[in-house]
Design a protein around this ligand. Structure first.
Ligand code: AMP
Length: 499
C-alpha cells in the first residue's frame, strides 16, 4: 500500500513525521512503532482480521496504531473523544472489535483493552517490517462513524483501494511543489478530512503539525500554535478559518510560508474567500468537496476573484480525473449542463457501503452499468456548468454545522428518548446560507412548568449522554401542536417561518 511504502522510504531520512506540543516523532520512529504494533497484533490475534477500535483524540501515538493495523492486514475504527460514552458503546457493540485501544479509560468491553501505558509498552517493543501481512487493496482499511438518521451512527467502510483512488485524484490539486514542509493536522481522526494529513501529507514526507481541540477552542493558544507551526499547507473546514479571521493576527505575517489553503466539508462563503484574499494575497484558496462515502474529496477548484462577483455560490470544483460527477432528476434521468439535480459520484473512491446496513446500502449506493464502477447518491443538490460543480443545498435532513455532519433525524430521535419529550422537530438556523445553529421544537408529554432556560439546561444535559456536543440544539421551543403538511408530516417550512 502506497502509504506504508512511503513511510518506509521516509524512515531512511531524518524527517519529522509529527509534532504535537513539545513532542515530536520522526518518520523512523513512526515506522518502528507501527511495525511493533503490527507485530503485537499478529502475535496476539493471529490471522483474525477484525478491525481495531481506537478511542482517543490527537495523541502522538495514534498514527502508529493506525498504520500498525494496516501493516497487520486489518482495518481500524477511530472514535474521537467528542463522541459521548454511550455513542462509543453503540459503535463498539456494532463493530465487535477483539481489541480496543482506549486512551481515555472509558471502560469499554472487548477481548483485549489496551490503555495508554499498555500501548506505550507495545510501541516500544520489538517488531520487524513484514510486507506479506500488509492490508490488501480490497480490504477495509478504516471505518468512520457518521451521524445516522435512525439516531445511531452508521459506519462508512473505506478500502485500501478507495484511499489509493483518493490520493490519485487529489494529488494534482495538492501538488504545490511541496517536498516536505509542514501540514496542518487539526481534524479529529474520526472525521474523514484527517485522511488528507494521514494519507496525503505523510506520503509526501510532510510533517503533521498537530493541534488538539483544547487549542482550537482557545484563540490565544491557537494563535500561539499557528505562529510556532510555520505551516506550508492548510486544509480545514471554513469554520476554523472563520474563527481565525476574527483576529487581525491571521495574516501572512502569522504564516509566512503558507502556499495554499484548502477548504472543504461545508459551504465556503464568498465573504471568507474575500477575507482570505486580503489577508494572504497571492496564496491560492481552494474549495474542495466530498462525502465520507466517496473517500474525503472528489472535487476541487481554485477560487478566483471573478467567482466572488458571480451571482452563483463559489463552485465546489471540478470532478477529480478518476471520478465521474453526474446530475440526475428524481427519476434518475441524467440532466444537462446547468440543470439542478442530485449529484451522483461514480469511481474507484466510492465505498463498498455502510457496515451492516444492507437497506441503507441499497438506497445510497449502486453499481454503474456503463463503467462497472460503484456509485453513490450524495443527497446534494448541485448543477454543473462548464465542468464546474455548484453546490446548492441538501435534498434531505443532513446538515453541516461548524464542519460536522449532522442528520437532523438523529437529533430528533435522540430527543424523543429524553424524559417527557413526545415528539421533536429540529431545524437548522441559517446565516448567509450557512448553518450556524440548530433549534429544536418540542411537543411535551405533559406540561413541565419549567422556565425555558431551566428546561433547556435539563434537555441539553440529557442529550449530552447520547450525542456529541456539536449535535445539541442551541434553542428549544415548546409547541402545543406541530403544524402538519398535506401528507401529515411535520411542516418544517411552517416551523422555519417562526424562527
Ligand atoms: P462528510 O461526509 O462529513 O464530509 O460530509 C459530506 C457532505 O458535506 C457533502 O455531502 C456536502 O453536503 C457537504 N460538503 C462537503 N464539502 C462541501 C463544500 N465544499 N461545500 C458545500 N458542502 C460541502
Amino acid at each position: 500500500m502506497f502509504i506504508l511504502e512511503s513511510l518506509s522510504n521516509y524512515a531512511k531520512t531524518d524527517r519529522t513525521a509529527l509534532i504535537y506540543g513539545a513532542d515530536s516523532l520522526s518518520f523512523a520512529e513512526l515506522e518502528r512503532q507501527s511495525n511493533a504494533f503490527a507485530a503485537y497484533l499478529l502475535k496476539t490475534f493471529g490471522a483474525d482480521r477484525t478491525p481495531v477500535l481506537l478511542y482517543g483524540h490527537k495523541e502522538l501515538s495514534i498514527p502508529a496504531v493506525l498504520f500498525g493495523c494496516l501493516k497487520a492486514g486489518r482495518g481500524y475504527v477511530p472514535v474521537d473523544t467528542t463522541f459521548p460514552p454511550e455513542r462509543v458503546r453503540q459503535i463498539a457493540e456494532e463493530v465487535q472489535p477483539k481489541l480496543i485501544v482506549d486512551l481515555y479509560g472509558l471502560g469499554l468491553a472487548a477481548e483485549t483493552v489496551l490503555d495508554g501505558a499498555a500501548l506505550r509498552q507495545i510501541l516500544d517493543g520489538p517488531g520487524e517490517a513484514c510486507r506479506e501481512t500488509w492490508i490488501r487493496p480490497e480490504d477495509v482499511a478504516y471505518m468512520l462513524f457518521t451521524s445516522g438518521s435512525t439516531g445511531k451512527p452508521k459506519g462508512v467502510q473505506i478500502t485500501a483501494a478507495n484511499i489509493a483512488a483518493f490520493r490519485q485524484g487529489v494529488a494534482p490539486w495538492f501538488d504545490l511543489d511541496l517536498d516536505g514542509g509542514v501540514f496542518l493536522n487539526e481534524i479529529s481522526y474520526s472525521f474523514d478530512v484527517s485522511v488528507c494529513a494521514l494519507y496525503y501529507a505523510l506520503s509526501r514526507g510532510m510533517t503533521l503539525y498537530t493541534v488538539d481541540k483544547q487549542t482550537l477552542n482557545d484563540p490565544k493558544r491557537l494563535f500561539a500554535a499557528l505562529r510556532e507551526s510555520d505551516i506550508d499547507f492548510w486544509v480545514s473546514t471554513p469554520s476554523l478559518a472563520e474563527i481565525c479571521v476574527q483576529s487581525e493576527q491571521f495574516c501572512r505575517a502569522l504564516l509566512p510560508k503558507v502556499r495554499g489553503f484548502v477548504f472543504c466539508g461545508e459551504v465556503l462563503t464568498k465573504k471568507l474567500c474575500g477575507q482570505m484574499f486580503e489577508r494572504f494575497p497571492s496564496v491560492p484558496v481552494l474549495n474542495a468537496y466530498g462525502p465520507t462515502e466517496a473517500t474525503v474529496l472528489v472535487t476541487a477548484a481554485q477560487v478566483l476573484p471573478a467567482m466572488l462577483k458571480d451571482s452563483r455560490p463559489v463552485p465546489i470544483g471540478y470532478a477529480f480525473e478518476n471520478v465521474e460527477a453526474r446530475i440526475v432528476d428524481r427519476e434518475g434521468k441524467t440532466l444537462s449542463a446547468g440543470e439542478a439535480g442530485e449529484l451522483l459520484l461514480i469511481g474507484d473512491s466510492v465505498s463498498p457501503g455502510y457496515f451492516k446496513r444492507p437497506e441503507l446500502n441499497e438506497k445510497a449506493f449502486f453499481l454503474d452499468e456503463a463503467t462497472g464502477k460503484r456509485g453513490y447518491h450524495t443527497g446534494d443538490l448541485c448543477l454543473i456548468d462548464q465542468g464546474l460543480i455548484y453546490y446548492l443545498g441538501r435534498l434531505d435532513g443532513q446538515v453541516k454545522l461548524n464542519g460536522f455532519r449532522v442528520e437532523l433525524e438523529d437529533v430528533e430521535n435522540n430527543l424523543t428518548r429524553v424524559e417527557n419529550v413526545a415528539r421533536a422537530a429540529v431545524l437548522p438556523v441559517l446565516t448567509d446560507g450557512k448553518v450556524t445553529a440548530l433549534t429544536a421544537f418540542l411537543l411535551l408529554e405533559a406540561p413541565d412548568g419549567l422556565p425555558s432556560l431551566q428546561r433547556s439546561k435539563k434537555i441539553k444535559a440529557a442529550l449530552a449522554k447520547t450525542l456529541p456536543s456539536y449535535m445539541i440544539p442551541r434553542k428549544f421551543v415548546v409547541v402545543d401542536a406541530f403544524p402538519l403538511n398535506t401528507n401529515g408530516k411535520v411542516d418544517k417550512k411552517a416551523l422555519a417561518a417562526t424562527l
